[in-house]
Design a binder for this molecule. Structure first.
Ligand code: ADP
Ligand code: MG
Length: 157
């Protein structure tokens, strides 16, 4: 089954965190979520919400220098930022990808050879104080639960 996409407009940083928090409810052990978008698009802001949704208590920052930061939540969360990774270099990705945590990757382009075909891909567009557009591409069988999670009004903003 091919991938399908959902698109949403996210007006503020708070709404971006809420989007991440709600999407976390649809994630499963072993999921890989790839975040595409320019500097300042809101990738780390999104991960802050995602981490909150997974019950991570620690503050989340972009691991630009350490490349990988792991957090303990209801599922382990492995947050990567591959901005500085030479393309094709292997950081031992398999260890993270084969575990039962959630792997979320900023600047995933450098690791493209390592990502599984069933990875979820989130593209973020927009800059500055303006709204963001997010396009989430996922295997078709994941879409119903994802839509339900991100449109869950009870999860609040
Ligand atoms: P990235 O990790 O993609 O480089 P960050 O999340 O670190 O981006 O930074 C995004 C910046 O844009 C933050 O300062 C955030 O407050 C701001 N911003 C403004 N509007 C939005 C929005 N709608 N969604 C996400 N971030 C936004
Ligand atoms: Mg970032």
């Amino acid at each position: 089954m091919g991938d399908e996409a959902v698109t949403r407009t996210i007006p503020t940083p708070e709404a971006m965190r809420a989007f991440g928090r709600k999407l976390a409810a649809a994630l499963r052990p072993g999921d890989v979520l790839l975040l595409y978008g320019d500097l300042g698009a809101g990738k780390t802001t999104f991960v802050q919400g995602l981490a909150a949704g997974l019950g991570v208590a620690e503050p989340v920052r972009s691991p630009t220098f350490v490349l990988i930061q792991s957090y303990r939540g209801v599922l382990p969360l492995h947050h990567m930022d591959l901005y500085r990774l030479p393309p094709g270099e292997d950081l031992g990705f398999d260890e993270y990808l084969s575990g039962d945590g959630v792997v979320v990757v900023e600047w995933p382009e450098a690791g493209e050879a390592f990502w599984p075909p069933e990875a979820l891909r989130l593209r973020l567009e927009g800059a500055g104080d303006g709204p963001r557009r997010v396009h989430l591409q996922a295997p078709a069988d994941r879409l119903p639960a994802i839509r339900e999670a991100i449109d869950d009004a009870d999860a609040g903003l």
